[in-house]
Design a protein around this ligand. Sequence first.
Ligand code: FES
Length: 326
Amino acid sequence: MDQKSINRWWPLALSSELDGSIPLARLCAGREYVLFRDGRGVARILEDQCAHRRAPLSLGRITPQGWLQCPYHGWCFEGKGGECKQIPNLGKGETIPGQYRVGHFVSAERNGMIFLWSGDPLEADESVLPDFSVSPAKKTAHSGGEGLCLITLPQQHFIATLLDGPSLVINASQVTVIDDHMLGEPLFSANHLLVERVADWTEKARRRRRVPSDYPLILRTTLHSETDMALLEWRDAATNTPLLSALVASMPVTDCVTAVRWQWSRHSLSNKQLSLVPHRAFERLQFAVNGTLDAAALTKLHPYVSSIRSGQLDTLAADIIPAARL
Ligand code: FES
């Protein structure tokens, strides 16, 4: 897959993964990148290959000036334009030729994620990034968190599964999503796809407190079309009160491996709102993406929402089944 010329943003890392002390190596669509924070704390992305003898810069270090120093002969590169700023053994009076630079990429940091722009730098537009937020400031150890995992599915098939059979790839503890019970048809707008499904508390949660409705919960999935980022919201069906929100971002590592990162946060409820939900189950509500897939269940998945999205029902169905058998 060559994504060099694709004009789009890719979520390369959670902000928390890049703490500024060391560079990070990332593989996106088969291409190697290095991320680091410069002297002002700005996340920068360079090609993970030194301009001198191609050593991986991700094995280097960040200098006090905020440059990335190669581990081999110590050349230093700045992050914005990839320019070589320092060569340790440069002779007296010698200057650094301007062409000594590494590949550099436009980056953006938004809502706890770091994005790479893989296309023409002049067309990079941060304003298209979704304003999805799960209020990380309110997170505590038990009411919010983050995670990442690798999934052996092509990235577009992961998105298709998230749309058609979310319970195969995500897990909110205490809650069961009814994959084949949608509330109406998916809604499409210029930048988003929205699909709602019914969901239920688990048997155990229901036993502890009688729940009035057959399907007391809704899972609302909003997929941002330009980044494939998904905002998942579990809501109380009777009051439309949001209980748990999760942001899921995926990136192709190779043609058949996808890196998925997520943030989640449980909402604060008033006493009145709390009285309407199984209290204990709500307090244990947590979110994660399933790193291990049920291949047999994937083969039975009916690609409905994803097929409408792509407009290629036959192609998608044919592709998903062999991929699930990998
Ligand atoms: S390979 Fe990087 S400085 Fe020589």
